[in-house]
Design a protein around this ligand. Structure first.
Ligand code: VGL
Ligand code: ZN
Length: 186
């Protein structure tokens, strides 16, 4: 396990029970929590969190011509990590994305922590080769994060019972696409 890490993508209130509540989000959170509880104390298995973190005038919001209702606005409850998972989040291992008002950013790959390091930089510093990915939403941020990791040379697995989605059809289609690209579903 020494070269493995878990990346939890956007398990934030707006995607769970807020403005963009996703299908199967409660189940995904509960299963992720079970997974985290099973990690033995003291194991060398970093848990990284990706966080959508938008300014109120973000281009992805409908008022600015984007596809989405306002969500994960900086400083609001909707942008917070679910309280059951929050104790597992370390500030240095929390990567914020979507902060530039003019740029959509589904992938967590270029998300940055408060020290200004990117997710990719930190995985390299930690000598990680294998990444497990879970989170919300399958079709957007989970997919784009997993794809960027794969393209950067990591071995990528997605925890299929720990993901939630916008639409069932898109979710199933995305699972197929991920498998075709060489992402393992476990
Ligand atoms: C996401 C749409 C807009 C996601 C984020 O986390 O999948 N989707 N912002
Ligand atoms: Zn967003």
């Amino acid at each position: 396990m020494k070269d493995s890490a878990l990346i939890v993508v956007d398990m934030l209130y707006d995607f769970i029970d807020g403005s963009m509540a996703c299908l199967e989000a409660d189940k995904a959170v509960a299963n992720t929590l079970d997974y985290l509880k099973k990690i033995p104390d003291g194991s060398d298995f970093p848990i990284l969190f990706v966080r959508d973190h938008h300014p109120a005038n973000h281009c992805s919001f409908q008022a600015q011509g984007g596809p989405w209702p306002p969500h994960c606005v900086q400083g609001t409850h909707g942008a917070d990590i679910h309280e059951a998972l929050a104790p597992y989040a370390d500030e240095d291992l929390s990567f914020f994305k979507g902060e530039d008002p003019a740029k959509e950013q589904y992938s967590g790959f270029e998300g940055v922590n408060p020290a200004g390091q990117s997710l990719c930089d930190v995985l390299q510093v930690l000598d990680i080769r294998n990444v497990l990915v879970c989170g919300i939403a399958t079709e957007y941020c989970v997919y784009n994060t997993a794809k960027d990791l794969l393209n950067a040379g990591f071995r990528v697995s997605v925890l299929k019972d720990c993901i939630a989605y916008v639409e069932k059809e898109g979710h199933l289609e995305t699972l197929k696409t991920m498998e075709e690209k060489g992402i393992t579903l476990i």
